[in-house]
Design a protein. Structure first.
Length: 226
């Protein structure tokens, strides 16, 4: 992931900007350059995976830039700075920064820091996209369910039921509510349709394991217990 990541680097010193661009491009990164805070704001639409911000830029310093963009981007933001006092460090973290790199810096250490933040960010995204229940894995972005490495073929509606229940483990959904959550219909659903969907899901998972993932709460509905 890191070799294909997109970095937005902002520094008003052309020599440092060129050094960073050359280094990270040699590492396989895509590099977007900005010479000041206004440039950063104008290039956010390119959706960088990580932002390197020089603190000492004129007109709009790195802290102000971070404060203005943090609510619009979730990627890591690392500050580059010539000196850092405790008050500056606190301000930086309060505005949403993730790390500080002091100038003059070791280019290899900077590269390692960037890679570590990207790796952590990738793990965070993966944790949100996949949930494991024993040997059963649900890939929400792919809309696939696997037992070990074997895909379990579910229809669109069956996956939506698994998704709704597994994202809310322990919560009981009535047949009508579950039908409405999945299909988006108002009013009462035909409970026999939902029962058939649940039966089919259990049957398909049951080909691989005897583990029960969807529990029937008699007279109430269903809940995920995997």
């Amino acid at each position: 992931m890191c070799g294909k990541a997109k970095l937005l680097i902002a520094d008003d010193e052309p020599g440092i900007l060129q050094l960073l661009r050359d280094y990270f491009e040699m590492q396989g990164y895509q590099v977007i350059e900005a010479e000041d805070g206004t440039g950063v704001l104008s290039k956010l639409s390119m959706e960088p995976d990580l932002i390197l911000l020089d603190v000492g830029m004129p007109f709009m310093d790195g802290f102000e830039v971070c404060e203005r963009i943090r609510s619009h981007v979730s990627c890591p933001i690392l500050f580059l700075t010539a000196k850092i006092e405790e008050s500056d460090r606190i301000r930086g973290f309060m505005t949403g920064g993730d790390d500080y790199i002091l100038k003059p810096f070791s280019i290899d250490e900077l590269g390692a820091r960037v890679e570590a933040h990207l790796r952590r960010e990738n793990r965070r995204k993966t944790d949100k996209a996949v949930k494991m229940f024993g040997r059963l894995a649900i890939h929400y972005e792919e809309k696939c369910v696997y037992y070990d490495d074997t895909p379990i073929s579910l229809t669109k509606t069956e996956f939506q039921i698994v998704e709704q229940l597994s994202l809310n483990p322990g919560q009981i959904f009535s047949k009508d509510l579950l039908y409405e959550k999945v299909r988006g219909y108002d009013g009462n659903a035909d409970s026999s349709i939902m029962m058939e969907h649940i039966r089919r899901i259990r049957s398909k998972i049951g080909r691989y394991t005897e583990q029960i993932y969807i529990e029937t709460v008699w007279g109430v509905g269903y809940r995920w217990i995997g």
